[in-house]
Design a protein around this ligand. Structure first.
Ligand code: DAH
Length: 345
């Protein structure tokens, strides 16, 4: 198309661009005008036969047309994008004033469900299910657990202290319930406790300032060994993951309230992009801490005489995420109805 005609058509084309209502149409029109075989690009190709002076002025005129068209396309693209976002938001609007529909009664959050399952399992096995306060004292959260004031382990857990109090804090671990239970019921005892714990951690895909722990303590007057701990842990994993196909290992570790202390790992492998627990796994995944109860813990809980025991503590979110192929802990605490409905139990 000759240059003069192109210039004459410019206004009409710009109008056409602004009249487009979909991304598909926009791309089509852009290809017709500015694409490799488009009108404007073809006009550039015609310049090769013109004289040097003509080339310069034609080039300038064509570039002007090209940039006006490009400008129009980018404005219209932005307009379509804005429109799409507004429409999507409109569709997602939640009218909180609408009456509650009674055809759906909701379900249990996946974390609540896991808590109930674990609780019922241990109740059925004759365990005591203990609770402790989330607002704790340093005594139960640290001192009695053999973690005195200047112990490095005390600094390694970023604790939320309650302002204006003398060492009142949000518990960093459910191990505090071990002390409360030992104090109250003495031994022998078989206890499980599940509850919220808090640490001053930034929220990201794997950390949350609030999370749940599952704590287990078995203590007796007669000897209890690491073998008992291993067997109990295996039972827990088999029950929780609903499979006998588990293989675990102990790695030597340190917790002030257990001696020896171990980190419990479990064999796993990636299948279709998802981690699964299996004996055939080629990777080890860390699940939590465990160990034989330190004599000071018994002493600090007022227990005298022979006392033996083991304990373990796992992060509940981590277990639930693993079992259900959830990769971001934040999803568990979001209020996205679609996600909640998908995972409700
Ligand atoms: N309380 C520990 C933590 O939060 C986990 C733990 C380790 C619990 C060893 C235990 C235990 O009962 O024996 O990191």
């Amino acid at each position: 198309m000759p240059l003069a005609e192109i210039e004459k058509n410019l206004e009409h084309w710009v109008h056409e661009v602004f009249a487009v209502t979909s991304f598909l149409e926009l791309e089509k029109l852009k290809a017709e005008l500015l694409g490799r075989a488009g009108v404007v690009t073809s006009a550039f190709k015609l310049m090769k036969d013109a004289s040097a002076i003509e080339k310069k002025s034609m080039g300038e005129r064509l570039n002007k047309v090209k940039s006006e068209l490009e400008n129009a396309f980018s404005l219209q693209r932005k307009k379509l994008e804005d429109y799409e976002i507004t429409e999507r938001l409109k569709g997602e609007t939640l009218d909180v004033t609408l009456p509650v529909s009674c055809d759906r009664f909701g379900g249990l959050h996946i974390i609540s469900y896991a808590m109930r399952r674990i609780r019922n399992h241990y109740l059925a096995r004759g365990f005591r299910v203990s609770d402790g306060p989330e607002i704790e004292t340093e005594f139960f959260n640290f001192d009695a657990l053999n973690t005195p004031r200047h112990h490095p382990a005390r600094q390694s857990q970023d604790t939320f202290y309650i302002e204006g109090t003398n060492g009142v804090l949000l518990r960093t671990q459910t191990s505090s319930v071990q002390i409360r239970t030992l104090q109250k019921h003495g031994i022998p005892v078989r206890m499980i406790s599940i509850g919220k714990t808090y640490r001053n951690d930034a929220l990201d895909a794997t950390h949350s300032p609030m999370f749940h722990q599952v704590e287990c303590l078995i203590a007796d007057r007669s000897p209890i060994s690491l073998g008992h701990l291993k067997s109990e842990l295996r039972k827990f994993l088999q029950f929780f993951f609903e499979t006998d196909d588990v293989s675990m290992r102990f790695r030597s570790s340190f917790f002030p309230f257990t001696e020896p202390s171990v980190e419990v790992d479990c064999r796993c492998m990636k299948k279709n992009g998802q981690l699964i627990i299996t004996e055939k796994g080629d990777k080890w995944l860390e699940l939590g801490g465990a160990g034989m109860v330190h004599p000071n813990v018994f002493r600090n809980s007022g227990i005298t005489g022979d006392a033996y025991g083991f304990a373990f503590g796992f992060g509940l979110e981590r277990l639930v995420m693993l079992k259900n192929g959830i990769t971001d802990i934040r999803n568990l605490f979001d209020t996205d109805q679609r996600w909640l409905q998908h995972y409700e139990c």
